[in-house]
Design a protein around this ligand. Structure first.
Ligand code: COA
Length: 336
């Protein structure tokens, strides 16, 4: 399938992007806090009390972001009852692509057998899935696409420095996907995206193609650098503000939200947002304890888990939010 040419004709009926199916995938290998404490000077007690993380999944040698994205996408397509040939567009959030180019979305498209549709990656670090979802929503709302596959997939452990205890305990690998379909009834109600490039050095990997690539080949120097407590403080404020913005844009009260599905970086950040919404933790989907921070993978992984376990039901109001390097942050409010 393909992207339709925009006609610019105004339509009386609003077109929503509705989640028709979700899927996710985690690599088989689990790395527990106890195992990590044999590699670096840390402990299960320190990691769990500061972050809520107990374990994370790590991609096997040779297993790529594209592999995780593929398995998650197959499950989402199955759940939606959609054939790959029906996809008009693939938008994939990642900061750990298989290759510099082609995009991981293109590699995924070919593997799914959806050749011909538009496909591209979005790099918004840990906010990648929410940014990708917002892009897909605009394509559907404008009438340019009817069926869109949105993926968040990462192998962040590939750029983790396993000797650096302040960062290596935080991250894991994983992927999640949703199939969006055009619908006149209900779906994504609004999305809100922000960035502040001035905070680059608080959370970054300083190597890229045109900066330090050859000097650092093959791997030295390629690692996540983070000013943990500055990131923590900024994240809590930014998420508070985007949550307020989302409620205001939709004329909603904080008590109207049925489920909060936050980016899974740190349990304390999640609890701060839940408190702001006056939301009991039973209404917040938490996977950080088992997955760690899977960056773009975290929100769709949590969403898929909540849908498959029967917690998130059709008709409920669901708030997704994320924060990541850039800084980037954003939200999506949807009626599932
Ligand atoms: N194990 C044991 N001790 C550790 C440790 C580890 N894995 N990592 C750091 N420490 C030590 C530090 O060396 C420091 O020791 P010192 O007091 O002797 O100098 C002490 O613990 C406190 O370090 P600090 O960095 O102040 O801890 P913190 O309470 O800020 O917690 C984070 C650190 C990273 C857990 C926290 O800042 C955080 O979660 N920030 C947000 C990170 C995030 O979400 N990033 C991704 C956003 S998408």
């Amino acid at each position: 399938m393909s992207i339709a040419a925009s006609t610019g004709t105004p339509s009386a009926t609003r077109i929503y992007a509705r989640i028709a199916g979700t899927g996710s995938y985690l690599p088989e290998k689990i790395l527990t806090n106890a195992e990590l404490s044999t590699i670096v000077d840390t402990s299960d007690e320190w990691i769990a009390s500061r972050t809520g993380i107990r374990q994370r999944h790590v991609a096997a040698e040779g297993e790529t972001t594209g592999d995780l994205a593929y398995h998650a996408s197959v499950r989402a397509l199955e759940a939606a009852g959609v054939d790959a040939a029906e996809i008009d567009l693939i938008v994939l959030g990642t900061t750990t692509p298989d290759l510099i180019f082609p995009s991981t979305a293109c590699l995924l498209q070919h593997r799914l057998g959806a050749n011909g549709c538009a496909a591209f990656d979005v790099n918004a670090a840990c906010s990648g899935f929410v940014f990708a979802l917002a892009v897909a929503d605009k394509f559907i709302a404008s009438g340019a696409a009817k069926t869109v596959l949105v993926v968040g997939a990462e192998t962040l452990t590939r750029m983790v420095d396993w000797t650096e205890r302040t960062t290596c305990v935080l991250f894991g690998d994983g992927a999640g996907a949703v199939v969006l379909k055009a619908d006149t009834e209900t779906g994504i109600l609004s999305t809100h995206l922000h960035a502040d490039g001035g905070k680059k050095e608080l959370l970054w990997n300083p190597v890229g193609v045109s900066v330090g690539f050859k000097e650092n080949a093959p791997n030295a120097g390629v690692r996540i650098n983070m000013a943990g407590s500055d990131v923590f403080k900024y994240a809590v404020k930014a998420l508070d503000s985007v949550v307020e913005e989302t409620l205001e844009a939709n004329g909603l009260d904080r008590h109207d939200i049925d489920w909060l599905i936050p980016h899974q970086a740190n349990l304390r950040i999640i609890e701060a947002t839940a408190k702001r919404l006056d939301m009991p933790m039973e209404r917040v989907v938490v996977t950080v304890d088992r997955h760690g921070n899977t960056s773009s993978g975290s929100v769709p992984l949590a969403l898929d888990e909540a849908v498959r376990s029967g917690r998130v039901q059709r008709g409920q109001l669901v708030l997704l939010e994320a924060f990541g390097g850039g800084f980037t942050w954003g939200s999506a409010l949807l009626r599932y």
